[in-house]
Design a protein. Structure first.
Length: 140
């Protein structure tokens, strides 16, 4: 039973008692029942509006999820296309080396590392790469 139905039921009980609405207590009870009727209709209206807003929020939430998925897919595709970390367009695996002199980050491919040394493009310091310890670790 809704609030409006309960208010109508109470009003029916009041009218069934045959209380005179023009005398003291009857006036008070009649005014209270009118107020109860108005309040119950207002609450029903608010429940309807709240229900409609809830449905609209659910729709908005669903649309936001789809937008979020689209954005995720867009960035995933860009990440797949941009496999190189240096931005040079090469597809070789790159290794990051930091120059101990100037702190410059240098990205090198396997072939350059295989040469064993390179001059730092920022400061000119010669960087040497020693793989002898790696070879010993692989043998063990």
């Amino acid at each position: 039973m809704s609030i409006t139905e309960k208010a109508a039921y109470i009003k029916g009980l009041f009218e069934g008692l045959g209380i005179d609405k023009d005398k003291g207590e009857g006036k008070v009870l009649s005014a209270m029942l009118d107020l109860l009727d108005d309040l119950s209709q207002a609450v029903d209206g608010l429940e309807d509006v709240t229900s409609d807003m809830g449905e609209e929020l659910d729709d908005i939430y669903d649309e936001l999820e789809m937008i979020d998925e689209d954005i995720d897919n867009l960035y995933d595709e860009e990440d797949e296309d941009d496999d190189d970390s240096c931005g040079c367009g090469c597809e070789d695996e790159l290794y990051q080396v930091v120059c101990p002199t100037c702190g410059e980050e240098i990205y090198l491919d396997e072939g350059t590392l295989g040469e064993g040394k390179i001059a730092c493009p920022a400061c000119g310091e010669e960087l040497e790469f020693d793989y002898s310890e790696l070879d010993e670790d692989e043998k063990e």
